[in-house]
Design a protein around this ligand. Structure first.
Ligand code: NAD
Length: 463
């Protein structure tokens, strides 16, 4: 980036798309072919992108795949996942298959309330208890006023349910917080909750005339919007089929339990363990047009609720050696609101899931998190994570080295068979392949399907 160019692009938002791109080309010295990439809109029209965000210049496509083999509470699901990382979809599908063949996942909503916060300042800590008593004695009136803000939410069976007051007398600036807990039904509820908080702030200042309201906004620590999923995996399914292993199924289950204990005890491990859980959660959250920043923030804060950052899941071994898993996660999701019904890919993803309500979507997503976690733990305790990962990563490296079409498969298979998965190895293999080296061409495809075949369009797409 040139240092003598100004980022003060005044009025950028008023420009049309072409003028924005011209400015960017100049600012970043973008070659024409790079700038042209911005013109590839895919399913999301620029018109919509420009309505969704400010200063839009294009769209950013992610691969959309589907995780197969999910059975949740007796219902089969194909789970859409928008994600750029190799092996995430395969891992979730694999683990879901072991669970499927063991009877499927079960999932429930533990609680279904979003929390709004109103910060109350300018009261002496000595007056906190009496201020709290005033607020609590007016709880039903506050709830009534909150519900008057969104009467249709009340008609849908949602609305404000509870009031809570928290005191922070020792803070650098002492303050109190009023929590309002709302059932936002099928909406994630951020805007719904924020509007209620702004309305209640007026009431708080009326009830506590000496007070001043500070912030009024929802909390993304959605620990009252919890989903739980469980599975039991028959131990024989844990044995990797394609590698020699002396480990029995129950022994692998025991190792997975040990891996859970590691994550639950050590935040360094817990962070990676939970990242593996988010590998299953985020792609579905993204595919369905939900706010993954909110879900991420909520899940990690929830993982640290005891004062130590811990595992979001729990794995134990049953008496018969089978593996039992459970996850509890806060998922602030909607199947209405935000872009869920506006983004064509989000709409499609929700349809692939059978147009679920938010409760059902949350249950499926909790299961996707548990499945991803299981796949990672099984790999880590048996073959090691790199084996499967590298197989898929090799394809990215082959692409990066310039491989095209069926070359991608040949180059990546050669790297995996040679156990040399790197950009240099990809470049070497590609140049040998193009020079006619049959040894590279003939390495067996990992799954027997050529890339060009996979790209074949269905009759429907061709029509
Ligand atoms: P929203 O503002 O689109 O409101 C949802 C709408 O859906 C409401 O008008 C409601 O009346 C309607 N609705 C229709 N059918 C419904 C049903 N069955 N159940 C519930 N509502 C129904 O969406 P939202 O969920 O209030 O807010 C979500 C958006 O807010 C997301 O885009 C998110 O990124 C954004 N946001 C997040 C934060 C945060 O997480 N901190 C802050 C601000 C905004």
């Amino acid at each position: 980036m040139s240092s003598n160019k100004s980022s003060r692009l005044k009025g950028f938002f008023k420009l049309n798309r072409g003028a924005r791109i011209d400015l960017l080309r100049d600012f970043a010295s973008l070659p024409v072919d790079q700038a042209r990439v911005l013109g590839h809109d895919g399913a999301l029209s620029f018109e919509l992108a420009d309505l969704f965000i400010e200063n839009a210049v294009g769209s950013y496509p992610l691969p959309l795949g589907v995780a197969t083999n999910f059975k949740v509470n007796g219902v089969d699901y194909v789970v859409p996942m928008a994600v750029e990382e190799s092996s995430v979809v395969a891992a979730a599908s694999n683990a879901a298959r072991w669970v499927y063949e063991s009877g499927g996942f079960t999932a429930q909503i533990v609680s279904s309330l979003m929390i709004g916060q109103i910060q109350i300042l300018d009261i002496e800590p000595s007056g906190f208890e009496s201020a709290k008593a005033i607020l609590l004695s007016n709880a039903s009136e506050l709830i009534r006023i909150a519900n008057a803000v969104h009467p249709r939410l009340l008609m849908r069976g949602g609305g404000a349910k509870e009031i809570e007051v928290k005191l922070f007398p020792q803070a650098e600036v002492p303050f109190m917080v009023l929590h309002i807990a709302l059932d936002t039904r099928d909406a994630m509820g951020a805007n719904l909750v924020n509007t209620v908080c702004e309305r209640l702030a007026i009431e708080v200042e009326r009830l506590l005339p000496k007070s001043r309201v500070g912030l009024k906004i929802l909390s993304n620590l959605a620990d009252r919007k919890l989903f739980r999923a469980q599975c039991r995996v028959r131990s024989e399914f844990l044995k990797p089929k394609d590698v020699d292993s002396n480990l029995s199924g129950p022994q692998i289950a025991k190792r997975i339990h040990e891996a859970f204990v590691f994550a639950d005890s050590d935040p360094y491990r817990a962070t990676t363990h939970n990242k593996g859980i988010m590998n299953g959660i985020d792609p579905v959250v993204i595919a369905t047009g939900n706010d993954w920043r909110a879900v991420e923030a909520g899940c990690h804060a929830f993982a640290a609720r005891t004062g130590r950052y811990r595992s979001l899941s729990r794995w134990t071994v049953a008496q018969d050696g089978d593996l039992e898993g459970e996850i509890t996660v806060p998922l602030q999701l909607g199947t209405v609101g935000g872009v869920t019904r506006l983004h064509p890919m989000a709409k499609l993803s929700l349809e692939l899931l059978g147009s679920p309500d938010a409760a059902t979507l949350g249950k499926v997503i909790a299961c996707a998190g548990l499945a991803s976690n299981l796949a990672a733990l099984r790999a880590l305790t048996t073959t090691g994570i790199q084996r499967g990962h590298m197989k898929l990563h090799a394809k990215n490296l082959a692409l990066a080295a310039g491989a095209k079409g069926s070359e991608v498969e040949s180059v990546s298979n050669w790297m995996v068979s040679e156990r040399r998965v790197s950009v240099q190895a990809a470049e070497e293999a590609l140049s040998k392949l193009r020079a006619g080296d049959k040894a590279i061409e003939s390495v067996d495809s990992a799954d027997g399907v050529e890339a060009s075949d996979k790209n074949n369009q269905s009759g429907f797409l061709k029509a």
